[in-house]
Design a protein around this ligand. Structure first.
Ligand code: 87F
Length: 645
């Protein structure tokens, strides 16, 4: 057990030792020995742990009992004491004590092979044990420690409570973390910044993938798969471009106990993996264009605030890499792909985006120019890059010697593009549409577009109602609607309503005795709660119509909210005020890199600096003599600015 702990300060060492003694006393007769868990602030472990404690003191008694079996036996007084000992994850004192632990992270604790096992054991934490820890903590005068005893792993009762403990408006960050878990999109994992994508999320990804894959195939793009690993040699070749990204590259340095002779990198993107082979495969003009795409995972070892889907250390994406004989062909493709990205956001995810060009500072260092679709999250007032389509020019062709011979026998260098969208799309969708009841899925991407729930009151013809539910699903499925019935007999209709609302299913159909008698069903929309009775005679048309309306309404509402945040302004004072009000700013700009750097420097702070998001292709009129909002020099274009993810 000792090997599982490390503390680098006397005070912490003493506190941890006291904690260890207590754990030993309490589990004296148990085998194997107890383990003590000490978490780093903000690590996925601490988050996982705390997310199981914090809801507990806010939840109704039945939920508390489900999480902490022995809480049933507590007196009111003991309850009060216990509740007051929990601290909020975002409470500074909580952060402070976690910081005080100064625990050596798992990577460095060579002897601890099973950090994951510890997490697994979190389910056995008992209220009585916690009380014991509290006592000892007072004596030692150290921080607070949580421990759980190993060995006697108990079944944790399935959580029965529904609902979210945070609202979207009051605590957006916590709301998001909770909604992606309770909506069954992700599960936290014991490596910070890595998340399990559950079927509910993957099905959304697959629907977008099916669309995009078919579209790029129409453009004659072919799928391929290149290895996950990158040799340091080729990575070095691109060193000018990789320079800024270097800290994010993850390396494999060992196999078993032996050090690799040459460490290998894990792809953060595949330019350096693919282009040496483009050089080999492209010889003459007949080998062009070469248009390849791969659906894969990439790893970027981010250090700032990991967020499921939005900023994770491993994510899924498609990366397209194409090579052409002429710049014109490359230019055309950049925009064709960007249009597909707009389509994914606006038509599938019902999220309004702006197409535009990135500033010099925000352009991919290896590229010639970068275009993007940009979304906006009104709650946080932050812009978010939705997807990028780059024209790489001939930079990589030079580096990797991707040359070809044209019809006249002259040597030329290829023109290249690269483009990608990732699972970030799903996070943006959750942030934009989710509400205080949970996820809200646009029908076009929902694995399940409609859920049928039987509502059998006492003495009702239960079998008749169940049969009507099954028949309704059959009719809808035959018409191509993704529908299922929730016929579980261990949950009440009310529980099922909340459960499917949490998961964001766009439309719910309830069938009760009255509906059965009238040959109708009741439809309830997830987006606005509207209830409509539908005759079973017109079921398919009506449901199709409603799903279309929901899709459109989600987009319209999201657009209204985004547009309400746009502030068109012309001066620095207005800019600073608007930034403070979480606005998406459209301002005239001189388009100079130094001025953007200056804007960043002048807006630096806790919330992060403002930067240019994009110069929209659709430009409002720029009257002669308009000045740049930041430098006062003549403005060249209207550009969107704001804080961003
Ligand atoms: C992180 C580590 C190493 C972004 C990185 O956008 C390298 C990189 O090159 C890196 N993060 N990038 C830029 C990626 C550019 C480009 N790659 C292909 C795309 C689209 C798909």
């Amino acid at each position: 057990m000792g090997a599982e702990l490390a503390a680098d300060e006397g005070r912490n060492a003493a506190a941890l030792a006291a904690c260890r003694t207590l754990a030993e006393e309490l589990t004296e007769l148990q085998f194997p020995a107890p383990r003590i868990l000490a978490f780093k602030e903000g690590s996925s472990e601490s988050r996982y742990f705390v997310s199981r404690l914090i809801p507990a003191h806010k939840d109704p008694p039945y939920k508390q009992e489900a999480n902490f079996h022995s809480s049933k036996h507590l007196t009111t007084e003991q309850w009060t004491k216990l509740k007051s000992s929990f601290v909020h994850f975002d409470d500074p004192s909580f952060c402070e004590w976690i910081r005080n632990l100064k625990v050596v992270p798992p990577e460095k604790r060579r002897s601890c092979r099973r950090w994951d096992l510890n997490i697994d054991l979190l389910g056995v934490i008992e209220v009585d044990d916690m009380a014991g820890v509290e006592q000892r903590q007072n004596k030692s005068g150290g921080g607070k420690y949580f421990f759980c005893s190993g060995g006697k792993k108990k079944e944790v009762k399935k959580e029965t409570g529904l609902g979210l403990s945070f609202t979207k408006d009051e605590n957006f960050g916590e709301w998001y973390s909770e909604v992606v878990v309770n909506g069954e999109m992700i599960e936290y994992y014991d490596i910070s910044g890595c998340y399990i994508l559950r079927p509910w999320a993957i099905s959304i990804w697959e629907i977008m993938q099916t669309f995009f894959d078919a579209e790029i195939k129409k453009m004659k793009v072919k799928n391929c798969y290149f290895p996950l690993f990158v040799s340091p040699g080729v990575l070095q070749k691109e060193k000018d471009h990789i320079e800024g990204f270097a800290p994010e590259v993850a390396w494999v340095t060992k196999s078993g106990e032996s050090e690799l002779e040459v460490p290998i990198a894990i792809r953060p993107t595949s330019e350096t993996v693919m282009y040496p082979y483009y050089s080999k495969w492209i010889r003459g003009h007949r080998d062009l264009p070469l248009k390849l795409n791969q659906w894969c995972n990439v790893v970027r070892w981010e250090f700032s605030n990991p967020t499921p889907f939005i900023r994770s250390r491993e994510f899924l994406w498609q990366e397209g890499h194409t090579a052409f004989a002429t710049k014109e062909e490359a230019d055309t493709e950049v925009l064709q792909i960007l249009e597909l990205y707009r389509c994914i956001y606006e038509e599938f995810l019902a999220i309004p985006v702006t197409k535009g060009r990135k500033s010099e500072l925000e352009t991919f260092a290896g590229g010639l120019y970068t275009t993007s679709v940009e979304a906006f999250i009104p709650n946080t007032g932050r812009g978010i890059q939705g997807a990028t389509s780059h024209c790489l020019g001939q930079n990589f062709a030079k580096m990797f010697e991707i040359n070809f011979e044209n019809e006249k026998g002259e040597k030329g260098m290829v023109w290249q593009n690269s483009w990608a969208y990732s699972t970030r799309t799903i996070g943006v969708m959750v942030m934009v549409h989710g509400d205080d009841k949970g996820l809200v899925l646009p029908p076009k991407v929902a694995a399940l577009q409609l859920i049928v729930i039987p509502v059998p009151y006492k003495d009702a013809d239960t079998q008749g109602i169940f049969d009507a539910c099954v028949a309704t699903v059959a009719t809808l499925s035959d018409a191509g609607i993704r529908a299922e019935a929730d016929l579980r007999d261990n949950y009440s209709p009310g529980w099922k309503y909340s459960n499917w609302e949490m998961k964001g299913v766009p439309l719910r159909i309830e069938i009760g005795p009255r509906d059965l008698a009238n040959n109708q069903v009741r439809a309830v929309r997830r987006d606005n709660g509207a209830k409509t009775d539908i005759s079973r005679v017109f079921l398919v048309e009506q449901v199709k119509g409603m799903l279309d309306k929901i899709q459109q309404n989600l987009f319209d509402v999201a657009k209204q909210k985004r547009d309400a945040c746009v502030e068109v302004l012309k001066t620095w004072e207005e800019f600073v005020t608007a930034l403070g009000q979480k606005k998406l700013i459209l301002a005239p700009w001189c388009d100079e890199e130094d001025v953007e750097k200056d804007v960043k420097a002048r807006t630096k702070g806790d919330m992060g600096a403002a930067k240019s998001l994009c110069t929209p292709f659709e430009q409002p009129e720029l009257p002669e003599g308009t000045k740049c909002f930041a430098s006062g020099k003549p403005a060249k274009k209207w550009t969107y600015w704001g804080r961003s993810y």
